[in-house]
Design a protein around this ligand. Structure first.
Ligand code: SF4
Length: 328
């Protein structure tokens, strides 16, 4: 298996049923949450999936975890099609792909001790021949997550920990299964600014020490600057630009990416860009605009943008000057 097709997503779509506009309406309507996504994740690579809330990035994470059934498309892991698995097959896969949720307050059971929380995945997956073996794995996962010495935290309850420590518990409960991919859905957005860098540093370290690939989902492009290898920018259910972190930050091609980058706070006033403030709201994912779905907000939109949806890989020559989408 090539390193490049470790995880592969092909033409993935997820449409949810939407309410009909009136009782007499016959046409079914759909929310186009994820609308044709293609990308590959390499071994121990970090991809940042960036976009405004409602762009479909969290739905994409749920599809990758098998918590939502795709409408169309395929997901391949280590060359195997994992798009539609039964419960048993899915359980085996969960060991390899683990998710870290946004809210460390809600994702921990308040009645369990930290030891019970981190041990539970081992019990569910039948890992470890005896209690000693499981205890060792729990302690290792805790210490690798920065909860050291583990003995200090084992018998505590979630409410006795800070927000950052709770997120470390969530990470330890994922690590204890020794996954190959971590799907981190806005893992720092509920934390104090001072703690965010610590958790991002921890994920960066784990990627090296444990060779884990990370899909880091965020609305804040500024938070992943030094950490991600590649960035995929999502808008209304699609990836509009993907490239290495340096390419995207230094030479963004898509007008939407340019707008996102222009509002990243830069401490040095001499390095500040002109801020691009997009007009209007993100369109309704039920009634998508015709042509390029970004055209109602695009500062570079032309008449043709309303008529035709540019292909992802190459755009027509007239568009190239304004908006050349990168595909790596
Ligand atoms: Fe803007 Fe047109 Fe490019 Fe869409 S196709 S991003 S509207 S320039």
């Amino acid at each position: 298996m090539s390193k490049d097709n470790f995880l592969e997503v092909r033409g993935l779509k997820k449409y949810f049923d939407a309410d009909r506009p009136s009782f007499f309406s016959r046409e079914p309507r759909y929310v186009h949450a994820v609308d044709g996504i293609d990308f590959q994740l390499r071994h121990s690579e970090v991809i940042a999936l960036v976009g405004e809330s409602g762009c479909g990035k969290s739905t994409l994470a749920l599809l990758l975890m098998g918590l939502e059934e795709p409408t169309e498309g395929a997901i391949l892991f280590e060359g195997r099609d994992i798009t539609h698995l039964n419960d048993n097959e899915r359980k085996g896969l969960r060991r390899k792909i683990q998710m870290i949720f946004q809210d460390p307050y809600e994702s921990l059971n308040p009645t369990q001790t930290i030891e019970e929380i981190i041990n539970e995945p081992l019990v569910v997956h039948g890992i470890g021949n005896n209690k000693n073996e499981r205890d060792e794995r729990v302690k290792k996962a805790m210490e690798d997550s920065g909860l050291k010495p583990a003995e200090v935290y084992l018998q505590r309850f979630p409410h006795e920990l800070s927000g950052g420590q709770r997120q470390r518990v969530v990470i330890a409960a994922a690590l204890v299964l020794e996954p190959e991919i971590l799907l981190a859905d806005e893992p720092v957005s509920m934390l104090d600014v001072s703690i965010r860098a610590e958790i991002i540093n921890l994920l960066a370290e784990l990627r090296i020490t444990r060779q884990i690939a990370v899909i880091f989902i965020t609305h804040d492009l500024g938070s992943v600057g030094f950490f991600a290898d590649r960035v995929a920018v999502m808008y209304l259910g699609r990836i509009v630009e993907i490239g290495t972190m340096l390419e995207v930050l230094e030479k963004p091609q898509h007008p939407y990416t340019k707008a996102l980058i222009s509002v990243i706070p830069v401490p040095n006033p001499r390095l500040r860009h002109e801020r691009i403030i997009l007009q209007g709201e993100t369109p309704n994912p039920i009634d998508l605009p015709s042509g390029c779905r970004f055209h109602p907000r695009c500062p570079l939109a032309m008449a043709t943008c309303k008529a035709s949806d540019p292909p992802f890989i190459t755009l027509s020559k007239t568009h190239q000057a304004a908006c050349l989408l990168l595909v790596k």
